[in-house]
Design a protein around this ligand. Sequence first.
Ligand code: AQP
Length: 388
Amino acid sequence: MFSPTATRALRRAASSNTKHYICPACKYSTSNTPNRVIFSGIQPTGVPHLGNYLGALRPWAKLQDGAATDDRLLFSIVDLHAITIKQDPRLLRQWRKEMFASFLAVGLDPKKSILFAQSDVPAHAELMWILSCFASMGYLSRMTQWKSKMSLPSNANPFDTSTSKKKDAPALKLGLFSYPVLQAADILLYKTTHVPVGEDQAQHLEFARELAITFNHTFGADLLVPPQTIISPAKRVMSLAEPTKKMSKSDPDVKSRILITDTKEEIHKKIKVALTDSIQGVSYDRDSRPGVSNLIDIMYHFQEEHFASPEQLTKDLFGPETSLKVLKEKVANTIDDHLRDVRERFSSAMSMGDVEMSDMARESADAANQLATSNLKTIKSQMGLGWD
Ligand code: AQP
C-alpha cells in the first residue's frame, strides 16, 4: 500500500516510538500498525476554513481512503467542546448541520468512517468525569487554549482572581478549563491509536497520553491506550489578516480566513487584501516575510506532490522579479481549483433533507455508542463501578 520512501518513514517512526509524527513521504498514510483506531474531532463553530481543511479534514479523508480493512476510523463533530464558550442554540444547530455537510464535502464517507456528533454519545461525558478525578489542576492550568480563548497572556493563572475579574476577560468557566479532559475522554473512549490534528492540539494530545499512563498505572492494567499524534504537514495555516496568528473560525475578521465554501470571487477578494509586505519580489522566509510565506505555504500544501518544499516551489515558480500581485493571483487560482469540488459537494449535502441527514448521523452515532458503551463498561468494571 505504501511507497518504499513512505515505508522507510513509517519504520523509522515506529522504531523511535514517536509521539508526534509528521509523515513527510506519504503525507497522511501514517502507520503500518495493524488494527489502527483513528479518531479526531472538529468543533461546530462555523464553516471550516483552509486551516481546518489542510490541517485536519483533508488528512482525515486521505487516511480514510488509504485505510486497511482492519482499521477503524471515527470523526466527530465535537459540539460539547463548542459550548465551552457561549453559543446561540439556533446557530449551533445550523453549524452542526454545516459541519456534517463539510464532512461529506471533503470526501468522508459514512460507509467507511463513523461520522457522529459527540453529544449523541453520552459515554464521552461519563468518561470525562472519571478522568477528571485523575487530571492534575496544575497541568491543566498550563494549557494555552483557555488563555487564548480568553485573550489572556500565556503566563495567566486560573487561580489569580484579579485576572478573571479583568473587565474584558469573562470569568474562566470550568468547562473551558477542563476542555482537555473531555478531549482525552473523546480519544481514550475508543482505544484510539492515532489522532490526526493540527499543531495547536499537540499539547492536549500529550495531556491525554499522560492521563492514560497515570490511569493504567493506578489500576495496574492497560485499560486505556496512550495515542500517537499525527500532525499534518499543513500543521499551522496562518491568518490572512494577521499572519503571525493561526487562521481561526472564531476570528471576528472574516477576511482573515478562506472558507471551504467561498466562491471564486470571494477567494480572489480575500487573497488580494491578505497582509503581505513592501519587499520587492517573492521569497520564502517565515520570520521576515510571514504574510508572503503563508501564501506560499498554502499554495504548496495544495501541490505537495509536485514540489519538495515551499522553498522549492518558490524557486521553481517565482523570483525576485515576480510581483506580489502575480503571486496572489496564482495562489487564489490554486485554492479555487482545489476547492471547486468541495464547495459543490457541500451545497448538495446541504440540500439534503433534515431527516435524511439526521438519519445518517444517528446511524453512525449508534455504531459509536456500541463501541463506547462496551469500552466504558470494561473501564468501570476494573474500577469497581459495576455489578459483575
Ligand atoms: N490554522 C490552522 N492550521 C492547521 N490546522 C488547524 N486546525 C485549526 N486551525 C488550524 C485544526 O483543525 C482541527 C479542528 O479544530 P477545532 O475546530 O476543533 O478547533 P480549533 O483548533 O480551535 O480551530 P479553529 O478553527 O481555530 O476554531 P475556533 O475558532 O472555534 O477555536 C484541529 O485538528 C486543529 O488542529
